[in-house]
Design a protein. Structure first.
Length: 344
């Protein structure tokens, strides 16, 4: 049996604890230390896993021989600590989003590549069987056969707790529904169809007056993307409108596909079902799958591509950055303008 990866976690919020529990169930990670700004919480979790507690992230990232750092803190609280960990040859798996903006994401990726370690996001949607089936089907049919993509990301948030109010601050959160909620869905669109040529975005906020709307993150976004002369995409994203939905609908001349994380259905253009795939996938199972794949990418890294390619985080964050530029200028934005700032 392969040796377990020496691991620590930064941030012990409820979602961070779930990530830690899933990592433990894979039996691929050896937990060496936990850290949280709440010292009592760190001690409580450390007692469960028989490891070292910290309430100072500076102490955590200089742990000797640390191979993996799980990160459940927002980037504005941990950016410099992550850079130290990467320079100490530690692989990083961070809860979404990966960074506050494209520049920050590119800096993390460049630093990690220089140290020959990984910097990635903990994306459950990336391993969702429904979306994986869509990619497999479209690659088999040929992307040129499809002409319209409709993506829906409605994930209403609860009232923000006092310790979550930074999510409404553009300086601390980086963005609203596009960055914080829609990242995974946009990553799937890019993974299947590549980077679009142009993007045009409209944003709204439910703040009561114009002054407040200028100083808070967006609640709803409409995004139109042009991939080619024959393929367009439209994305509707909201964190205030329900019911919750995360869906792709992809049209060709002969039929269309409807996909969710747990299903893929192929219809003819009269709405009759041609093929249907349903998967039973518990949220904790997808976390374990994602963590298992991350661990294997470290212990058994894939062969490097023969052609230079952009990191998936770079591609998705360049798309998101272009979307925000378009919203500010009220003009379509060519995505290559930002993407060409870094080399694949």
């Amino acid at each position: 049996m392969a040796e377990k990866l020496k691991t620590a976690i930064m941030g012990l919020s409820p979602v961070g604890v779930k990530l830690l529990e899933a990592a433990d169930r894979t039996s691929l990670f050896e937990l060496r230390a936990v850290a949280d700004s709440d010292g009592e919480q760190a001690q409580k979790i450390a007692a469960i896993y028989d490891c070292q507690p910290h309430n100072d992230y500076r102490q955590l990232v200089i742990q000797p021989d640390l191979q993996v750092l799980l990160v459940a803190e927002p980037m504005h609280l941990c950016r410099e600590h992550l850079r130290v960990a990467i320079k100490n040859n530690c692989n990083i798996l961070k809860l979404l989003p990966p960074a506050l903006d494209f520049e920050q994401a590119a800096d993390m990726i460049r630093t990690a590549e220089k140290q020959k370690v990984k910097f990635d996001v903990a994306s459950r949607i990336r391993v969702a069987p429904g979306f994986r089936k869509v990619k497999e089907y479209i690659r088999a049919q040929g992307r040129e056969k499809f002409h319209l993509i409709t993506a829906v990301c409605h994930l209403p948030a609860q009232q923000l707790e006092p310790n979550e109010r930074w999510l409404a601050d553009p300086q601390l959160a980086g963005g609203g529904v596009i960055l914080q909620k829609c990242y995974e869905l946009l990553e799937r669109v890019v993974d299947i169809f590549d980077i679009p040529q142009q993007i045009y975005t409209l944003l709204t906020s439910h703040a009561p007056d114009r002054k407040q709307r200028l100083s808070t993150t967006e609640d709803t976004a409409l995004i139109t993307m042009k991939f080619s002369d024959t393929l367009l995409a439209n994305v509707t994203a909201s964190r205030v409108l329900g019911p919750p939905a995360l869906m792709l609908r992809i049209h060709s001349k002969e039929n269309y596909i409807k996909a969710t994380p747990d299903s893929m259905t192929l219809f003819d253009n009269q709405g009759e079902i041609l093929e249907q795939y349903n998967y039973i996938q518990q949220p904790d199972n997808s976390l374990e799958t994602m963590l298992t794949e991350f661990a294997h990418s470290i212990t058994n890294p894939p062969k490097p591509p023969t052609e230079p390619t952009y990191h998936p985080i770079i591609e998705t964050m360049s798309l998101i950055e272009s979307a925000y530029v378009s919203a500010r200028t009220a003009m379509p934005e060519p995505t290559q303008r930002i993407l060409k700032l870094v080399r694949p």
